[in-house]
Design a protein around this ligand. Structure first.
Ligand code: ADP
Length: 193
């Protein structure tokens, strides 16, 4: 099958904070030449650019809570109507609630199959993993460092920093929100289809 007749690959990667959904999504998108969409990255870019969306999102992200469904659905709907999505996409961080999952089903009508995978990792492993996670301020590369050791990014030499929502208490809150809003609710909704 040549490239122009290939069916689009549309994939959702679900997983708790630190499960590695972003890492896997980036590799999968690269391997298949498709777009990767991360709602977390979209929000963090808006926070950094200090847009109205960013200012609203920062408070919510830093509390480990979820940005409201209407806003997230509008962001994803807009992103999925751009022309670079025709070959397919891999999205991580969305859907996170039943309302988001239902909307994604609606957005996908007539666009081919949507595949969903979930990466599962025990909570205590996630807490340990996130404590070691650092992000490069310059290029966004994600790295794992020994506790408390400040290092430079291996890719660009930029400073590695702790994400503002990666402190232990906020990570535990995000795990709680994932278990309640996403895992039990959204997964059962998606699997009905
Ligand atoms: P993680 O899965 O590691 O918590 P993300 O980068 O996916 O990280 O998301 C970071 C934060 O951004 C979330 O804790 C939440 O506040 C917000 N967020 C991202 N995607 C969504 C979404 N689909 N709905 C609501 N909030 C979201």
């Amino acid at each position: 099958m040549n490239e122009s007749t290939r069916l689009p690959i549309n994939l959702v990667v679900l997983g708790a904070p630190g499960a590695g959904k972003g890492t896997q999504a980036v590799q999968f998108a690269r391997r298949h030449g498709i777009l990767r969409i991360s709602t977390g990255d979209i929000l963090r870019d808006a926070v950094q650019a200090k847009t109205a969306l960013g200012q609203r999102a920062k408070v919510i992200i830093d509390a480990g809570a979820l940005v409201d469904d209407q806003l997230m659905i509008a962001i994803v709907r807009e992103r999925l109507t751009r022309s670079d999505v025709v070959r397919g996409f891999v999205i991580d961080g969305f859907p996170r609630t039943v309302a988001q999952a239902t909307s994604l089903d609606e957005i996908m009508v007539g666009r081919g199959e949507l595949f969903v995978i979930e990466i599962t990792v025990p909570d205590e492993t996630l807490v340990e993993r996130v404590a070691r996670r650092r992000v490069c301020e310059q290029c966004g590369n994600v790295a794992s460092v020994a506790a408390g050791v400040e290092r430079r990014c291996a890719k660009c030499g930029g400073e590695l920093v702790l994400r503002s929502d990666d402190t232990e208490s906020i990570v535990r809150e995000r795990l709680r929100v994932y278990a309640k809003e996403t895992r039990t609710a959204a997964i059962s909704e998606v699997s009905e289809h």
